[in-house]
Design a protein. Sequence first.
Lengths: 190, 592
Amino acid sequence: MSAHLQPTGSAYFIAKETELAETHTLSVLVDNEPGVLARVIGLFSGRGYNIESLTVSETEHEAHLSRITVVTRGTPHVLEQIKNQLERLVPVHRVVDLTVRAANLGHDRPIERELALVKVHGSGDHRVEALRLADAFRASVIDANIEHFVFEITGKPSKIEQFIAIMKPLGLIEVCRTGIAAMNRGPQGM
Amino acid sequence: MSGTENQMTGAEIVLQALKDNGVKHIFGYPGGAVLPIYDEIFQQEEIEHILVRHEQGAGHMAEGYARSTGKVGVMLVTSGPGATNAVTPLQDALMDSIPLVCISGQVPTPLIGSDAFQECDTVGITRPCTKHNWLVKDVNDLARIIHEAFRVAQSGRPGPVVVDIPKDVQFATGTYTPPSAVPTQKSYQPKTQGDLKKIEEAVELMKTARRPIIYSGGGVINSGPQASHFLRELVELTDFPITSTLMGLGAYPHSGKNWLGMLGMHGTYEANMAMHDCDVMVCIGARFDDRITGRLNAFSPNSKKIHIDIDPSSINKNVRVDIPILGDVATVLEDMVRLWRAAAKTVDKARLENWWTGIAKWRARNSLAYTPNDDVIMPQYAIQRLYELTKDRDTYITTEVGQHQMWAAQFFGFEQPNRWMTSGGLGTMGYGFPAAVGVQVAHPESLVIDIAGDASIQMCIQEMSCAVQYGLPVKIFILNNQYMGMVRQWQQLLHGNRLSHSYTEAMPDFVKLAEAYGGVGIRCEKPGELDEAIRQMIDTPAPVIFDCRVANLANCFPMIPSGKAHNEMLLPDEATDEAVANAIDAKGRQLV
């Protein structure tokens, strides 16, 4: 009892997390109504969850449904909480953890694609090199004058990361990325 | 619906929708942005409006009303400060799962976003403190949204919702749609039926348990009287010991033989020890809150856990469970009782004998003991006498937050659900008195008592004026020790007895205060005079402030100091000054 109280640690597990954090991609189907995005991101900030990438667009116009794709990072326990908390929001129809689904289907990960616009400024050899590399990455030129290119590139986030890194020494000016669009392989929907 | 049929103004639609959702009382405060609705209230008699003195009061009244009736509580506030004052009760209702519909006025649609007079982003501000909220921009959506608001507030895990209505929408004319004609939002369809396979699994586990315990919570109360009925039946059939959270008191009767008392930070020794040592825990409508679990990694280390809850996000949130059952408590318990009955023959009742013997030993520790005193009123004694003198009446109890709240939970016995209204999750000082006013509105003939502290009561004391106006004979029973007792207790435990700002040097004369409001004031300072004074309070057909002067320095025990486990409780007879000063180490000090 009180006479033999041992020194103890924190009352909360968060201080001593033993599980490793994982990055997961979630698909959230929501009613496209005012404030729905604020509810979703407010939940993430209010409960201390991470958002690494977020994309939103109406995907079914007649039903006014939007699909939110969010890439988040947390321990399996936190990821389960995120899914449950999202499902609790009134305008949320369905939440699918695409990463978990992919594993269940025997795949490495879900299909994840991103589009980026990359502006590069340069002349001479740098300019030639930028164009040659863009060709190798299958990026297309959508705007140019004699001093710059704007490339459009789509692909896995890792490919885009790599392209941007390569463009840096060649005169990278700015980048705009859409965030990740994702779905699982195979015939079934989410 | 076509032509001029069912054409109404927005304000008329609000009143019609409230009536069609069975509303009899609303708690509110007028202002510029809700004047059209108030004009409609003036022109009808079906719904009674209770004029509060502060919007926070309206919210807590609606909470008390809801908690004591099982119905939805309704509050009506104006834009800007009206809405921001409603935030505390909204968050309170969110944390304690109380169904609440808050209708707020908003500046006219064309002015939204222009920083207009009394404008605030109500849906933005209340988004995290409601289950859902709506800004109504088209009068033709108004009826549907109000009906949906009532459905969302009371279905699934209940909670507060806000419907924000701009003033031009209140004036505009549109079509009224009755509740039956409104399609429900497809995305929100809570599941009430539990998975039968999981319930069977749970019953199998319970059959072989040798040291079982039932840990029930506020979800049993929210689920309705049927849930308490099946809970009692389950306890009777299984002969399992049962403990409950603060919010769940009354679901199982205090006089029941399997009752262990409340668990958690100020729970009984037997309840906490049984939780720690059990082999099967059946958690019913509770959420493993930090006041309950103590140190998480030492929480009931050797038990298999069954968790019945309607909210999937409550499951595995703080504590990993072995058998989660998603569903409404009443529905799941009905199935569980049926399955147990079918299996009863195969259950060996004798297997629990050792467990009950152990529990009897813990009970004998008498963890709620305190040293009686003939000269000053001990706060525990005051609650005991209040209980003894009111237990045979139709009594409802509310509390504020602090030591008095814990003593009320420990010493007032509840036999029925919906009789105990307290702010558990948010811990809102100022909750109890307005909540009691709301209870009294719902139950005009009953005895409604707010057990209060001298600090808490001053946070919403203005509602005395409301109670007097409507002739609501609410009793405020103040355990007056001139301290913020719980703050002081923690300063003694954690901060070297440096009592920083927890002593109230200038205290109002509560008797005169009651009289100033038009109520009755009673003061009692001697234990010998207490019974007579309490009887006088009960017999007064008017709002009473009872200033019960209690021992100033009494502390609330037993206690699990923060950062400690269930089996490391501080018991009253061990709580010497030294033990109190050293009970919490440096790490525990960072916790709340």
